[in-house]
Structures are given as structure tokens and as C-alpha cells.
Design a protein around this ligand. Sequence first.
Ligand code: UDP
Length: 325
Amino acid sequence: MKILVTGGAGYIGSVATEELIKAGHEVVVYDSLIQGHRQAVHPEATFVEADLADREKLNTVFERHNIDAVMHFAAHTVVPASMRDPIRFVRENVDNAMNLLETMAAHEVNRFILSSTANVYGDPERVPIRESDRLAPSSPYGESKLMIERMLYWCEVRYGLRYASLRYFNAAGASDAYGEDHHPETHLIPLVLKVALGLNEHLDIYGDDYPTQDGTCVRDYIHVVDLAQAHLLALESLDDGSRICNLGNGEGFTVQEVVATAREVTGHSIPVRIAPRRPGDPATLVASSQLIRRELGWEARCPDLRDIIQSAWRWHQAHPRGYTD
Ligand code: UDP
């Protein structure tokens, strides 16, 4: 198939592109490079540097390429930024997705995979979280993804769209070639590794008074290659119907446990400082991954936290300052 990957120069989009190409698909990467990196674009992908706000450009891409399916990774994803500027944040995420869906409908492209998020559940009533549990986003970021999920439903009703919405828990780790490099970096594992590389002096732990075993937040970390693999399975299963699935390993680790594992992997003491809680952070987010295992036959190849951190560490050692473009 020929797949349009929006955000293919970003962290998850670059790894998904790599997996698609390995599986024999053709990929057109569409990325503004505002957050993405030119070096993260797979050399065998066709690259279009453009913004999803540019509807004319988007239309040209669908005219030029015989696109069979779209994987939509491009989005604003930083939760604290969404708390500071909710209107602009939600508007851009939703508008860009609507531009994409409208252009797809005009060109009769009806296969779509959405990067969604565990943030749609907010502070969950129970863990592990199931897809049918209460939806109460804990940030405008999660709200924007939920709005897009709802519109996918209406696009199915009106245009016959087949979609999979994958609600990511915490993507982590790296492939050999592609890793995590955000500016500014806000994610735990790359920040921990920056301390191990000597680029930062310590890690701030955001809150140690949560109702968890050591007081720090619990998250479900999933290897980015396992996450990318789930996109391929979701794509292959679209003919059976649309679906919404959690994408996590089903096991939670506290921030302190992540730091302890990173100390073992890197051999560095990784000093920490306890800082105030970060607004919008739920205490515990752990996926029930039963649905995706049952319906798509997905299995994590790298579920072990130590292996996940090890792969990230290899990538950060090879790219201590991230991508250099
Ligand atoms: N976290 C932290 N210090 C940091 C960055 C993150 O203590 O410098 C915590 C954060 O509060 C959350 C967990 O690590 O509980 C994972 O945060 P991340 O931003 O990686 O992902 P999120 O769960 O927010 O999507």
C-alpha cells in the first residue's frame, strides 16, 4: 500500500515509517519540520515539507500520489502547553485533522489510523483502564484527540471511513536509527538519560505525594517499535471494521522505578530533586491491553522496562544532542 504518514519526521511517526517500509509499503511523509527533524525522515520515503493547515498542498499530495491509507501522527502533544494555551492548541489539532479528513473524503481515501492518547481518560476510576471506561480528558491535549475520535465516527457514517484510533500510553525507547528528540523535552525517560549523559545535573520528580506505592506517578511504558507494529496490524484489520484500542503493556512503573532502572542501565547515579506536582498529571495510568491483543493479535516484543530504557540509552549515546538539524 501507499501510506501518507503525517508527522513522519517526529518520534513515533519516524519509527512507524521505518516499520511500514520494512513491511514493503511505500510511504509519503508529510511534516512541517516545526517539531520534526529532517534527519528523522526515512531515506526511502518521499518527503513533503508542508503544514496540514495548507489545504492546497495537502490536496496536491493526494492528486500526485495514489494514497491508500493515512496514519496521522502530526499534532501538538505537550500537555503543559495545552494547559497554557488551550484554544490555539485544540484549534490547530482539530483543524489540521479536519483538513486531512476532508481531503481524504474528496479523494475517496477511506483508511485512517489516528494517534490518540490515554489522556482521554483523565484521572481514571479504575486501573487497568478499559476502552469503555469513562472519558474525561485531563487536558486540552486529550480533549483535542477525543474530538477527533468523535469526528472519525461521523466520517464513517457520512463517507464510509474505516479507522483505528490507538490510545497510546507512554511511548518510550528507540529503534536503532530513530529516537526521541523534542524541543523542549518534557518526557521522563529522555530527561533521565540527559542527566546520565551529563547534559542536565538532576531530574525533577513532579510530586512524591500521590497515592501510589512510593508516592510518584505510575505509568505504562510501551516500546515505540511495539507501538509502531500495532499500527501495521490496525491497518491490516481495517476491512473488518473500525475500532478504538488502548496501546500499552498493561504494567505500571513509578517515576522512582524508572529512575532506578535507568541507574542500572547507565551506571550513572542520576540525582533527583522532588518538585511540585505537574498540573494535569493523573496518579496512575495503566492500560488494559486485552482488546488489542484479542482483536489484532498484538503482542509486545519488548515489554521489559529495562530493555526499553536500554534501547533509548543506546540511541541517546549515539545522538547525545539529538538530531543535529
Ligand atoms: N515526570 C517527572 N519529571 C520529569 C518529567 C516527567 O517526574 O521531568 C513524570 C510525570 O509527572 C509523569 C511521568 O513522569 O508522572 C511521565 O511523564 P511524561 O511527560 O514522560 O509522560 P505523560 O505520562 O505525561 O504522558
